[in-house]
Ligand binder design. Structure first.
Ligand SMILES: C[C@H](CCC(=O)NCCS(=O)(=O)O)[C@H]1CC[C@H]2[C@@H]3[C@H](O)C[C@@H]4C[C@H](O)CC[C@]4(C)[C@H]3C[C@H](O)[C@]12C
Length: 324
């Protein structure tokens, strides 16, 4: 399972949890402006916006899971297994392989509005990266400081939805996730009023009773509701530390602990990493399952006019701050 979320204070923040039972070998990867993107079906793109995000690098190619570009646009891919259906290449459109969808959009678009225009010309194909890395069944969230959209490629084509909550999880399809929110419209951050029935006295005996009914399990549909409620009721200061801290708390509401989600005998899905990008400043913050200390890579501390990928392996060991 995975969850992506957006958050706005003074700056715009974008991130996700990556939940899985194993890691492909992920690195914070900066693609500078002059790295040549050899897109599979279209021409090579020699000059583009710089990108920072989490990627598995294969054959010097950044296979991004989630990233932002220097213009403040963010994009993340989340599992959509069983529903994702990609197209065959079509000569009348710009064919983009699913593994290059994030770099394709982030290298060319400065905003969601740009992305919408480009998406109208795109045919998303199932072309695999290699026989070792077959096609991943995903759907995507694309967001900037003003708006978010969800992109789903399904049996009847490519769908682009406005995403007014700015969150995404996995199955079922996004429209159904949004519809299911109707079931939770009476939840509140405030204490509830007794509307149960006339003539019966009921009392709020604990704080937090306005959100009784908020689902607590790890299913994708439940995480969607939980993170939407948490994010949309979130209040924090506007400073960088307060904003980043609050963002990790939002995604902390859907954190996955080893042992609670068995995917096959003895194998458990966990939150491998949690990311939080300051999309305005080009900073990628992250924590990992075993390291809750926030680490960060700032794209603007690198030469963004270069031609080679810049890679930072994840710091996965906890650094406990002993005070005595
Ligand atoms: C497994 C990851 C998604 C995690 C997730 O959504 N878990 C939820 C599980 S479930 O639905 O609830 O069962 C996805 C997100 C991005 C994916 C990677 C990126 O798409 C980049 C390449 C794409 C290649 O086709 C396959 C390898 C790969 C390197 C992908 C491996 C894997 O499918 C990743 C890492």
């Amino acid at each position: 399972m995975c969850t992506a979320a957006t958050y706005k204070t003074k700056d715009f923040y974008f991130g996700r949890t990556l939940d899985y039972e194993f890691s492909y070998g992920d690195e914070i990867t900066i693609t500078p402006r002059n790295y040549a993107f050899d897109f599979r079906h279209t021409s090579t793109c020699n000059s583009h916006y710089a990108i920072i995000g989490m990627a598995h690098i294969a054959g010097n190619y950044p296979l991004y899971y989630d990233a932002i570009n220097e213009k403040g646009l963010g994009m993340a891919g989340l599992n959509f297994v069983g529903n994702a259906v990609y197209a065959e290449p079509d000569d009348s459109k710009e064919n983009v392989a699913q593994f290059e969808f994030i770099p394709y959009i982030l290298s060319k678009c400065a905003s969601v509005s740009d992305a919408k225009n480009l998406l109208a010309k795109i045919n998303l194909t199932g072309t695999p990266f290699s026989d070792k890395l077959p096609t991943a069944g995903l759907h995507w969230i694309i967001a900037d400081k003003n708006e978010s959209i969800t992109v789903e490629s399904v049996a009847d084509g490519l769908h682009i939805y406005d995403n007014p909550v700015g969150v995404l999880t996995n199955n079922p399809p996004f429209e159904t996730q949004m519809f299911l929110l109707n079931n939770y419209m009476s939840l509140s951050a405030k204490q509830p009023q007794n509307t149960f029935a006339n003539g019966l006295t009921l009392n709020s005996y604990s704080r937090g009773m306005g959100a009784i009914g908020l689902p607590g399990d790890l299913s994708s549909a439940s995480r969607f509701v939980r993170v939407a409620f948490t994010k949309m009721n979130s209040i924090s200061g506007e400073s960088e530390n307060e904003s980043v801290s609050q963002f990790f708390h939002i995604l902390g509401s859907v954190d996955q602990q080893r042992g609670c989600c068995e995917v096959s005998k003895g194998k458990y899905e966990i939150t491998i990493y949690t990311s939080c990008c300051n999309a305005a400043k080009g900073i990628y913050y992250y924590t990992t399952y075993n390291n809750h200390q926030i680490s960060a890579v700032d794209m603007h501390r690198e030469n963004l006019d270069g031609t080679e990928l810049i890679r930072y392996p994840l710091i996965t060991e906890q650094q406990i701050n002993f005070q005595n």
